[in-house]
Design a protein around this ligand. Structure first.
Ligand code: SF4
Length: 269
């Protein structure tokens, strides 16, 4: 087992192997129009990153700048062929994105107690397996520090609310980025944060040996499954609520069926 992967590739496979095939094997991605959730997700992430590049230690009076940044990014978006999963207009989703970034600077008190060290930071880990080295690339949304001199790796979520604590422990994204920071020489104490922008609620846990081991196991198992799927050409379609965010809905029979049978509430952002 060797090769180069990204966190996005591994999590795409975990969510739905069929989607992985469309995106990375058949490469139909470049021809499929973007889903509105992906467009708004990029806008929100881009506005927060740009805000922190200008204000690494923002003050409350600088907070509203994020709206100007969001509006500027939005003015450059071509949404003529974007896919909408509900009857709501494209403006509804853009307004919702604006509310998320506004909430980030008005409803999340910890914003003003941290210094941002980096945003959209590329990181790479090398994992030694029994069959060779696997490389994993990823991009950490935000890396910050506090007066206690610990380092927090944040992953922003635009989905509605955090899952139960037990499920958060199965998330490996921030732990993988933390391992990348370690490889790059970081020695301070680390914390992993999943920040749900809709509710401004954060799930935080310590970055320790346990989280790293668990992330390692997940990487090994997922790479193994991808490599065996490549041989067998199975690519199971896992139709579920994520189909509403998948741009392959129009060409995927299983996803199309799920979307037709789901309620409007299932398909809400
Ligand atoms: S529409 Fe759903 S089942 Fe089909 S590829 Fe996308 S996520 Fe998978």
């Amino acid at each position: 087992m060797t090769g180069s992967y990204s966190f996005t590739k591994l999590s795409t496979y975990e969510d739905c192997p069929r989607r992985y095939r469309y995106e990375f094997i058949d490469k139909v991605g470049s021809k499929a129009p973007d889903n509105i959730h992906a467009v708004v997700g990029r806008l929100v992430h881009g506005a927060i990153a740009s805000f922190h590049r200008s204000f690494p230690k923002p003050t409350p009076s600088e907070g509203p700048e994020i709206l100007r940044i969001y509006d500027g990014l939005l003015s450059e978006v071509d949404h003529s062929s974007v896919q909408l999963p509900t009857d709501r207009s494209v403006q509804y989703y853009f307004k919702r994105g604006r509310a998320l970034v506004h909430g980030y600077v008005t409803r999340w008190p910890d914003l003003f107690g941290e210094t941002v060290l980096a945003v959209e930071q590329p990181l790479r880990i090398h994992l030694e397996t029994s069959n060779g080295i696997v490389e994993i690339d990823g991009v950490a949304d935000k890396i910050s520090t506090t007066d206690h001199d610990d380092v927090i790796v944040t992953d922003f979520k635009t989905t509605p609310s955090p899952p139960p604590h037990s499920s958060i422990e199965d998330f490996h994204q921030a732990a993988i980025y933390w391992m990348g920071l370690r490889e790059a020489g970081e020695t301070r104490r680390g914390r992993l944060r999943y920040h749900y922008l809709d509710s401004q609620v954060c799930a935080i846990h310590e970055a320790d040996l346990r989280t790293s081991d668990s992330a390692r196991r997940w990487i090994e198992q997922t790479v193994e499954k991808i490599q065996s799927d490549t041989d067998e050409r199975e690519w199971e379609a896992r139709a579920n609520f994520r189909c509403r965010m998948c741009r392959f809905g129009p060409i995927c029979p299983e996803g199309g069926t799920w979307l037709r049978n789901s309620t409007a509430r299932d398909r809400l952002f």
